[in-house]
Ligand binder design. Structure first.
Ligand SMILES: CCN(CC)CCN(C[C@]12C[C@](c3ccc(C(F)(F)F)cc3)(C1)C2)C(=O)Cn1c(SCc2ccc(F)cc2)nc(=O)c2c1C=CC2
Length: 402
């Protein structure tokens, strides 16, 4: 089919039977607490607003740092290009599901942050999952924030704060920006330390969801309109998966190794550099590697293959015509030529690519979480049986042997 020249830009909504709600959670005001965006099945809402895709301009500043671009200039470019996009979900909508929901913890890539994978997270929520997309505080995110108590001297008096209705009384946002590798600094020590912190943050997010599911009242320092008590007994805590993109793919492996409550993992275009080889034999859960055609290289693939096992299902597919950025939301947000120029789009239609990725993921999750849905209709995709899929990898591994 011909590619339409004026594709309607925007993040595709989920295809599943559920409407999707979205809210934010920050456990405490420190950088050590967990911070995530929650996507969940919700009541159909006519008028609810949809949250901004990029919540604060500081994220664009962080993105500029990551891209080694000038902040002032790029903030205007990003605002112009991406400032008006909304997430395909209803902000703070009441949770609604007539069955317990399986859970996914999602880990973003280097230079990304919690909101950039909403096409994937919203699809999973529309299919009945509760998804926590964590925002890492390991300085791998373009930007993230926590709160610091203002010193006593600067505190505005309570009555004034109350009357002005300030949401975070006396709490000031403290921004943490992307930390680039310093000149001459070796990559592995930093990335290995970060992947361990990232795994711990995914496990902490799961612990918070477990508390929320038990119905005990948990503190959320972000005073949103969402009623967290509606999530009591909402989650099926025997059916938990961990998922991530690139650096988040390495985080999947590390998290599986550390926490057996994660029953399986889905690693999207995983970057294996941060991982110790010695953890590979310690990972006992099934893993699904879904790769782009352009990002992977022999050394990276051969490390994924070290996880091959005769007894634990380890699968790999490659989506034809995709690039590394085919997984985050940016791939939907620019026209074709600028998207290809900035390596945000590959040859394949972005919605077709994410559709294949999501369906293959759902089939894999049904198989390894023991879901009673109809996602097994997409089982052939797990083996790469589709004209737009390659079973395993397109990378020629023989070169790496020489
Ligand atoms: C510039 C020098 N270099 C710094 C290390 C960045 C080089 N780079 C390729 C880029 C990201 C690119 C990008 C983004 C976003 C726009 C925008 F214009 F749309 F905003 C454009 C162009 C620039 C494509 C990557 O790092 C790729 N990558 C990623 S990209 C994850 C991401 C980041 C920001 C996002 F907004 C969305 C997604 N996550 C990883 O875990 C890993 C890697 C590489 C190894 C491990």
């Amino acid at each position: 089919m011909g590619s339409s020249c004026s594709n309607n830009l925007g993040i595709p909504p989920g295809n599943g039977p559920n409407a999707v709600g979205c809210t934010d959670f920050m456990m405490d005001h420190t950088a050590e607490g967990t911070f995530f965006r929650l996507y969940y099945p919700c009541q159909e809402m006519e008028s609810a607003e949809k949250p901004d895709w990029v919540p604060c301009k500081e994220y664009f500043n962080g993105l500029a740092d990551f891209m080694k671009m000038n902040r002032a200039l790029s903030e205007r470019i990003f605002n112009y290009l991406f400032g008006s996009f909304k997430i395909p979900a209803y902000l703070d909508a009441p949770f609604k599901s007539n069955e317990k929901c399986p859970v996914i913890i999602f880990s973003h890539g280097l230079g990304a942050f919690r909101t950039l994978y909403s096409a994937i997270c919203a699809e999973m929520a529309s299919q009945g999952f509760i998804v926590a997309s964590v925002e890492h505080r390991d300085q791998s995110a373009s930007a993230t924030y926590y709160f610091c108590d203002k010193p006593e001297s600067e505190r505005s008096n309570a009555s004034l704060t109350k009357s002005s209705g300030a949401t975070q009384q006396n709490l000031v946002k403290e921004w943490m920006y992307y930390r680039a590798l310093r000149h001459g600094e070796s990559e592995f020590p930093l990335r290995n330390k970060q992947v361990k912190q990232r795994a711990d943050e995914c496990i902490l997010a799961l612990d918070k969801l477990t508390e929320i599911n038990s119905g005990i009242s948990v503190q959320n320092v972000l005073e949103t309109q969402f009623d967290w008590s509606t999530l009591k007994n909402s989650m099926d805590l025997c059916r938990i998966a961990v998922m991530g993109h690139s650096f988040g793919g390495a985080t999947v492996i590390e998290a599986l190794c550390k926490e057996v409550k994660f029953k399986c993992g889905v690693a999207l275009d995983s970057w294996m550099t941060p991982l110790d080889d010695e953890i590979f034999p310690r990972v006992k859960q099934p893993i699904f590697f879904i790769n782009s055609e352009k990002f992977q290289w022999a050394g990276n693939i051969s490390r994924m293959k070290k996880l091959d096992s005769a007894v634990i299902q380890r699968k790999m597919i490659t989506i034809r015509g995709t690039v590394h950025q085919s997984f985050p939301d940016f791939t939907f947000l620019t026209g074709n030529w600028i998207g290809k120029l900035m390596k945000l789009k590959g040859e394949i239609d972005p919605e077709l690519a994410i559709d294949l990725c999501n369906k293959a993921t759902l089939a894999f999750l049904q198989r390894h979480l023991g879901l009673e849905k109809n996602f097994n209709q997409w089982d052939p995709l797990i083996d790469g049986e589709d004209e737009n899929l390659i079973p395993g990898t397109n990378v020629n591994l023989l070169q790496s042997a020489i």
